[in-house]
Design a protein. Sequence first.
Length: 85
Amino acid sequence: QLERTLAQLNTFWFNHSERSDNGFYKHTADRTLITDTRTKCKGRCESAYDARHIGKHICCVPRHPDKDKAEQLTNLPRSLRSWIM
């Protein structure tokens, strides 16, 4: 819910920019703060999701050594959502 609210705020501040000394446009301090906070929140949500799924797959590891492990465990760390970020 927090991430969605921050995304809505970011959309509200989308057209707010300032002209820098070089003539380029840069984001206002408010938009920069909201964007950074949203990115951190998204990273934490993705990390919590990854931790939940790793725990779930570890609990489901077969006891017999000939059986295959879950694909998510075999492909670590590339199978993590937070790895993509």
